[in-house]
Write a protein that binds this ligand. Structure first.
Ligand code: MN
Length: 201
């Protein structure tokens, strides 16, 4: 069963970017809803197996994909930001982003545009794609379908309106620009190293 992780910082730690009210609603209500939804789907599937009654399996599987993806993405999202974040990446992550996007500014511009333009209930995603051994920017518009299969998310930015509306209203590009002031490069670097080890790259 899934459990709701604590935020990796206090609710007011990102206040220059997102208020504690936004983080409280987003974590305690929205993210918690995905955790309980995923658990309800797992329970429903267990019950279906025990009864040998699979007529609702498609609906339960869809619910598991939707809520499970929401849980995974929100967990990545909290860790994609840090009160000590921002600036430029270093080391292997810097090298990898330059190889994949030409420059760090090239990545920034690409990620900001893709994320700001993702249609409602979307996500901006920096991911590692092991087949080509490169990073890609993805924008998921239906979050249970995360684009290139097998890509491993390194950083995500939530652009469902609940993530920013209380402070930024319809100014989503301002919210996406501000993401770079708190971006947690060290988390992405750690995930990149683990992803490459997994891929044998
Ligand atoms: Mn969200």
């Amino acid at each position: 069963m899934y459990t709701l992780p604590d935020l990796p910082y206090s609710k007011d730690a990102l206040d220059s970017y997102l208020s504690s009210e936004i983080l409280e609603l987003h974590h305690d209500k929205h993210h918690a809803g995905y955790v309980s939804g995923a658990n309800a789907a797992l329970e429903a599937l267990a019950e279906a197996r025990s009864k040998g009654d699979f007529k609702a399996v498609k609906a339960h599987s869809r619910a598991l994909a939707f809520h499970g993806s929401g849980h995974v993405l929100h967990t990545l999202y909290w860790n994609s930001m840090s009160p000590n974040g921002g600036g430029d990446p270093t080391g292997e992550l810097k090298t990898e982003l330059e190889k994949s996007f030409g420059s760090i500014d090239g990545f920034r511009g690409h990620f900001k545009a893709a994320t700001a333009q993702a249609e409602a209930s979307g996500w901006g995603i920096l991911a590692y794609e092991p087949l080509a051994d490169r990073c890609v920017v993805l924008a998921a518009e239906v979050h249970q379908q995360m684009g290139v299969q097998g890509s491993i998310p390194l950083l995500v930015c939530d652009v469902w309106e609940h993530a920013y509306y209380l402070r930024y209203q319809n100014r989503r590009p301002d919210y996406v620009n501000g993401f770079f002031d708190v971006i947690h490069w060290d988390y992405a670097a750690k995930r990149l190293a683990a992803a490459k080890a997994l891929a044998g790259a």
